[in-house]
Design a protein around this ligand. Sequence first.
Ligand code: SF4
Ligand code: SF4
Length: 281
Amino acid sequence: MLHLTIDGVSINVPAGTTVLEAARGMGEYVPTLCWHPNLTPANACRACVVEIEGSRALVSSCSRQAEDGMVVKTKTERVHNARQVIAELLTSTNNTASAGDLQELVSHTAANTLRFAGGETWEQPLRDDNNLFVRNYDACILCYRCVEACGVDVQNTFAIAVAGRGFDAHIDTGFDRPLPESDCVFCGNCVEVCPTGALLDKKEYELRQSGRWEEQDITTTRTTCSYCGVGCELELHVMDNQVVKVTSPEDNPITHGMLCVKGRYGYEYVQVHEDITEPAP
Ligand code: SF4
Ligand code: SF4
């Protein structure tokens, strides 16, 4: 066990615990945007910064492991200012209406979302090039989660990466090809981890566009995927007696919320009620 102090309170945590886990374990509010429990910390958003005695710069708590004798401060003015500016910069360039965690950061830091308004924005056409999910990079905050899910953390497909530098940095399929022409295998794991709604299942996107996505009317039922012997746990999201989305629980020890294309998107057949009398051509 390690002994450290967070905001003046002494605590003991097991070795290997991050500062973020230790602080949240005590009930402290430490916001995160790029951090995801099942992905390697990318240190991209800096929303989780804290002060650590002896460190000149603010430290990302999601990737910094707790150390014996560490003195951490999560609520100083410096920390608050850093988080507030992050929220103000992101909301000035992006369409963040659907980014729940970012909206929470805005309200928690009382960020002025108009502070940097009027500058350059990251406006992008909707990329709607396949039947399974759409990409709306207007809402992308470059958290890197999708890249990590597509790469070594989960899928090992490497269909997407961050291209460009500075303000031009963006998620790219390689020469901005349509997804069907890229290496994408349409597992949808990037959609699963996207925190802003920049990536959205096509069905959900269409229902939202037509005003028919009613979150409060959606029920979820857990079941087992029947496609192969792995038997992944699925969550069927059902609205009006129709499956509208399939996910897997984030805390499932086998899937960690990730699925393949069949489990995530191969569900339409369960709601086709006509008799099939001939094999498909
Ligand atoms: S759907 Fe899967 S393979 Fe395609 S970009 Fe997303 S994570 Fe990569
Ligand atoms: S598309 Fe989503 S997951 Fe990917 S970098 Fe942008 S906000 Fe993050």
